[in-house]
Design a protein around this ligand. Structure first.
Ligand SMILES: [Zn+2]
Length: 212
């Protein structure tokens, strides 16, 4: 089980690098297994990382197994697991287009694309915080409870899922959304979906998640 999940983390890290969702040693991925968390190490290139470099920590971040240090964003991952018992995987990446939206002041919480309203509800932007510091989890704060994909101003994004593939898929969706919105903004203002349609899509989203 643990070995299989480590390989899934490696696959996702390689994909994140291949898709240019991060550069070099940026970004981090974790998976929760009960009271243990498997997490990527600090300072390792995500396209070149191997499964035996993944570190096991407890829910306070204490290293139980592995060499080196866990990612500097470990606090962000641990907070997500604390606040969201339904979440088993967290991905953090430095998405270029989505990060550009935060620099340009484009709010992806605006309901623009129907599938984003259905699957993610929306994509809020957390206030700027020094990367790797305790300010990051504080900035993300209450968004964690309500959203599975959150932009970090001038920094990147975090996504959460029931497994690492689910969290990765949300990252891909987020970046795709940012590309579409930025391309449309080059042509002029982008109108939001009408309120009645947003309501309908939110209901569909709840059914889709099995929330009734
Ligand atoms: Zn980062």
């Amino acid at each position: 089980m643990k070995s299989r999940i480590k390989h899934e983390i490696v696959r996702v890290c390689r994909l994140l690098h291949k898709k240019n969702y991060l550069a070099a040693t940026d970004g981090n991925v974790s998976v929760r297994l009960g009271d243990r968390v498997l997490v990527t190490p600090s300072g390792v290139h995500k396209g070149l990382m191997e499964a035996d470099q993944i570190i096991t920590v407890d829910l306070t971040g204490r290293v139980l197994e592995g060499e080196g240090r866990p990612t500097s964003e470990i606090r962000l991952h641990l907070l997500a697991y604390e606040v969201r018992p339904d979440v088993s995987a967290v991905v953090h990446a430095h998405l270029p287009y989505a990060t550009a939206c935060t620099l340009a002041g484009i709010d992806l919480l605006e309901p623009i694309l129907p599938e984003v309203v259905i699957t993610l509800g929306g994509i809020p932007t957390a206030a700027y915080a020094t990367p790797g510091s305790a300010e990051v989890p504080t900035a993300v704060g209450d968004f964690l409870k309500e959203y599975d994909a959150i932009l970090l101003s001038r920094h990147g994004a975090m996504t959460m899922g029931r497994d690492v593939a689910d969290a990765y898929n949300k990252m891909e969706k987020l970046e795709h959304t940012a590309r579409v919105v930025l391309a449309a903004r080059l042509q002029g203002p982008v109108p939001s979906l009408p309120a009645a349609e947003v309501e309908k899509l939110r209901r569909l989203g709840k059914e889709y998640k099995g929330g009734g």
